[in-house]
Design a protein around this ligand. Structure first.
Ligand SMILES: *Cc1c(COP(=O)(O)O)cnc(C)c1O
Length: 439
């Protein structure tokens, strides 16, 4: 059976794994090994000469990790993927692979706090600079932001914490008009809710730590490509550079990543350069846990989306809430974009404005009993956090306002509990916050 003809739910359970290749084990085995026997001198020559595919060392490839990579490739209908030890490693390797040696990344301030801080303060030390589009709701602002050294546009499919949605197809077209790829961090969208490649992305980044793993147990990151971007357009000479590592065994001629891996040059280059030498590899056990998560991805996300809808409705009806930022909230400016890009729902991570003073907000957060108070999202458990002081605490006041984060912002990530229990928990915490401070 060709995987291309199978539906998403079948692929999430089965893609990338044939039990007959693994002693007929039904569950994906954990290959807990650092290295692999080369077999014979002749086989070693073929492996190191890239004439035979096989595993050499777990830093650059492992059969359990390989199943995770293949499964995400299938779910996103891509041509290749590479898994790494965390979402931040995925972000860092992607941006370096695009702009190494010097270049600019065009993005928006509506980013994961760690990504924002890294590209603003750390990447410039590697001569990778960032430009922020001020009004990212206007796709034309991206066109104006692209300069001769811009190497990519980076956006998030659903932003954190305010759940805003961009006009992805319009932004993709502008990037492609300028010969640069569109990179989408689809951590909040997941491959289930958002089809990044169908809407113009060239590279997808995931923090698998979040909804892909889904149980708050495991860090991981994945980079997926679809092999369609033209890396030979002159802006990315490092993809065309002849490498000794990739030499033709018969003639000794050095070859480039584009020449040897035309279907997946981007992720292969990350694997053989950044993963090989910067070394943030995903462990086989962690890959196994992330695969376990993917098996129930659709079922979990569907329940979380329907729970989130109920909680949005409750918050909108509360007089202790000043605003709710979710595309399904009444009056949301993102409704039309959500209908177009997120037909199955725009996720379960969103924010609301707490209508009380700082002291009351403290009481409210200290009073929730079911919601866990911490920074991870996409977990089976519901989570609550005051973003300006935590997840986006590395941004100064001006940067926070630029990113749309107000002092009263509370972010929720809705899990798999009963929605009524979650609503009752918020209600009792609101009551404590507002009654206790009145006396
Ligand atoms: C969490 C997150 C990251 C970083 O992922 P880690 O796995 O925590 O390193 C990157 N992007 C987004 C959108 C995230 O939510």
């Amino acid at each position: 059976m060709s995987e291309k003809s199978l539906g998403f739910d079948t692929l999430k359970v089965r893609a990338g794994y044939q039990s007959s290749d693994h002693n007929y084990a039904v569950a994906v085995p954990i290959y807990q090994t650092a290295s692999y026997d080369l077999g014979s001198v002749e086989r070693a020559e073929r492996l190191f000469g890239l004439e035979e595919a096989g595993f050499l060392y777990t830093r650059i490839g492992n059969p359990t990790v390989d199943v995770l990579e293949q499964r995400l490739t299938a779910l996103d209908n891509g041509s290749g993927a590479v898994a790494v030890a965390s979402g931040m490693a995925a972000v860092a390797y992607t941006l370096l692979n695009l702009a190494e040696g010097g270049g600019r990344i065009l993005t928006t301030p509506r980013l994961y706090g760690g990504t924002f801080d890294a590209i603003k303060h750390l990447f410039p030390k590697f001569n990778v600079h960032v430009d922020f589009v001020e009004n990212s709701d206007d796709p034309e602002a991206f066109r104006q932001g692209i300069g001769p050294d811009t190497k990519a546009v980076l956006i998030e499919s659903i932003s954190n914490p305010n759940a805003t949605i961009l006009d992805v197809e319009a932004i993709a077209e502008i990037a492609h008009d300028n010969g640069i790829p569109l990179v989408i961090d689809n951590t909040f969208g997941t491959p289930y809710l958002f089809d990044s490649f169908a809407h113009g992305a060239d590279i997808i980044i995931y923090s698998a730590t979040k909804a892909i793993g889904g149980h708050g147990t495991t860090l991981g990151g994945v980079i997926v490509e679809n092999g369609k971007f033209d890396w030979s357009n002159g802006k990315f000479p490092h993809f065309e550079e002849p490498q000794y590592l990739l030499r033709d065994q018969a003639t000794g001629r050095e070859r480039s990543f584009l020449e040897v891996f035309p279907g997946a040059p981007f992720t292969t280059r990350i694997r053989l350069s950044y993963l090989a030498y910067f070394g943030a590899s995903l462990s086989p056990f962690d890959a196994f846990l992330l695969i376990q998560g993917i098996v129930t991805l659709s079922e979990r996300i569907d329940k979380q989306v329907s729970n989130a809808l109920k909680i949005v409705q409750y918050l909108q009806s509360s007089d202790k809430v000043s605003w709710v930022n979710h595309p399904v909230a009444e009056g949301s400016p993102y409704k039309a974009l959500a209908d177009k890009y997120f037909p199955k729902g725009a996720g379960s991570i969103f924010s609301f404005g707490f209508k009380g003073n700082e002291e009351q907000l403290k009481i409210f957060l200290n009073s929730v009993e079911l919601f866990s108070y911490h920074a991870n999202v996409g977990d089976a458990r519901s989570l609550i956090i005051n973003s300006p002081k935590t997840t986006h605490g590395e941004l100064n006041a001006e940067e926070q306002s630029f990113a749309g984060i107000k002092p009263e912002t509370v972010r929720l990530s809705i899990g798999l509990e009963n929605a009524d229990d979650l609503i009752a928990d918020l209600e009792q915490a609101f009551e404590k916050a507002f009654v206790e401070t009145l006396v």
